[in-house]
Design a protein around this ligand. Sequence first.
Ligand SMILES: [Zn+2]
Length: 235
Amino acid sequence: MKCCIPICNIPIQCFSFMPEIEDARMYLCIEGKTALVIDPSLSEEAFVLLKQAGVEDVTVLLTHEHYDHISGVNRLCSSFNCNVVCTEICAKLIQDPRKNLSQYYRPQHIMLVEKKQISAFAQIQPFSCHADTCFSGQMKLHFSHHTLVLTETPGHSRGSLCAALDDQIVFTGDSLIPHTPVVTKLPGGSRQDYKIYTLPYLCSLPNDMWVLPGHFDGAPLKELLKEVKTYVTEG
Ligand SMILES: [Zn+2]
């Protein structure tokens, strides 16, 4: 567990997927017998925490279709009563190992890591999973006494969304990552879509919100907006 962020009476716990390589982030909130999980990875620690808390129902929110944000979906669905929520486009793409990039994941990462770490990836197979609830445009999602406003934000990928929690926190997936240019060059990515849909959305949020991104530590939205405007106009 990387950190624990107490906001609006809900502790948000954060877990890192392959911290030395890409540090993809999974977020978890437990409230009684229910939990909200954002971008589940294969975290044993998170899984044990859910079991120990006696959680029964889990809302699983996917910020987008890429493997490093969905690897734990099937594991959760096999153990809890899950409602997997994402955009309509994401719901289609997560079913296809080529579109969710799991097909290419192992070779890609073997190139990136030392030989001794290869065994850690040997278990990654072409992966697919399914959504239960999907939307296009915008959707409200209630968790405990909190409201998440989900908004489709294509640009990094076709199936991306951002989720604003009580106007205080925004989960941005890979649509906004601190100190990192937005990646729009993967299949389905579009710089033009990012400029048309995602950047205006981010600029429309109350700028005292806190960003919890898909990789690395969170940061104030105000700071990151300055960065992202530079990346988008320079590129
Ligand atoms: Zn991604």
